[in-house]
Design a protein around this ligand. Structure first.
Ligand SMILES: Nc1nc2c(ncn2[C@@H]2O[C@H](COP(=O)(O)OP(=O)(O)OP(=O)(O)O)[C@@H](O)[C@H]2O)c(=O)[nH]1
Length: 296
């Protein structure tokens, strides 16, 4: 099979996409049923002292960390900690910050209360279980108490109370991932899906790969070119996936009916290439990305 990636890519480069064609996609269909039950009202959170843990900091481009903090402050979120729960980075700050917050909140500052119970709330796959395991490693020198998974929806039980600290005695309630009952826009849905909060096949691996390519090009993050030894940056997903499939030897035999009989041709496996592209992005090998750059 002969490909001319450089030619294809040069042609596409002349016309970087200004926006992503959303094509009437229906975000509501991407979210599995169990999430709807887990609705958590913002007003409820507003009453209780809370801390915003922004996990997977190792995958995010945090050059504009101050801008992010400033933006969140504008939304009323003052207590923010960036963490990496795989490498236990910044996790040690959490319990002291929680204690400070409880101490300065008169409703929860009761002298006789010797144990604390805290709820971990977040979108599917953000690392809630990993956070609990990391806290246990840090404060109890204990390993896994809760299952971690690469796909959304691993934590199914509604609540499980897990000890994470002895002094002070603190328990965390792990909860199944929740999403806002209404996702703001299709683009927000695509960003959540890129982060693994929605099962890939519900959105479509190739659609997601296309949104990823669009984002990487727009942010001038061209690590994928080197990772897959492409001839150059390219904004056309079909060309990129074709090349990725060939490089990874992900091809499939397909029977084609012609006027003179059946012919078997070898075709690139676009789905397998899309899955690899998404996996590479989520593992960080394509570089750090700030999906919400335009929001800032
Ligand atoms: N790179 C990176 N990966 C992480 C980090 N924290 C968790 N992960 C990975 O993210 C995936 C999901 O982690 P979980 O802890 O199962 O996420 P969860 O929020 O409990 O998921 P649900 O139960 O589906 O809601 C796993 O593959 C973890 O190894 C992190 O800080 N950095």
């Amino acid at each position: 099979m002969k490909l001319f990636p450089r030619v294809l890519c040069d042609a596409a480069r002349a016309a970087w996409r200004e926006g992503f064609a959303l094509g009437g996609r229906d975000v509501a269909r991407w979210f599995p049923g169990h999430m709807a039950k887990g609705e958590v009202r913002r007003e409820t959170l507003g009453l209780k002292p809370h801390l915003l843990v922004l996990n997977k900091m190792d995958l995010a481009d945090l050059k504009e960390q101050q801008k992010i903090i400033h933006h969140l402050e504008g939304e009323g979120l003052k207590n923010v900690i960036f963490t990496n729960c795989v490498k236990d980075e910044n996790v040690k700050q959490i319990i002291p910050t929680v204690m400070e917050l409880i101490g300065s909140s008169y409703r929860y500052h009761r002298g006789e209360n010797l144990e604390y119970c805290i709820m971990v709330i977040g979108v599917p796959n953000v690392g809630k279980s990993s956070l609990i395991n990391s806290l246990r490693r840090q404060h109890l020198r204990k390993g896994k108490a809760t299952r971690v998974g690469g796909e959304p929806g691993v934590t199914r039980a509604v609540m499980s109370r897990i000890q994470v600290c002895e002094q002070p005695l603190m328990f965390l309630l792990d909860t199944p991932g929740v999403l806002a009952p209404q996702i703001q826009s299709v683009e927000t849905g695509l960003k959540l899906a890129l982060c693994g909060s929605v099962l890939d096949h519900l959105v479509g691996e190739e659609t997601l790969a296309d949104y990823l390519l669009y984002t990487l090009n727009r942010h001038q993050l061209l690590g994928y070119v080197q990772h897959y030894s492409l001839g150059g940056a390219c904004d056309d997903i079909a060309s990129v996936l074709k090349w990725v499939a060939v490089r990874l030897r992900k091809t499939q035999r397909v029977k084609v009916l012609t006027g003179t009989g059946d012919v078997t041709v070898i075709q690139p496996d676009y789905s397998a290439a899309a899955r690899d592209f998404l996996r590479a992005f989520r593992s960080g090998v394509l570089g750090r990305v700030m999906l919400d750059r335009d929001v800032l």
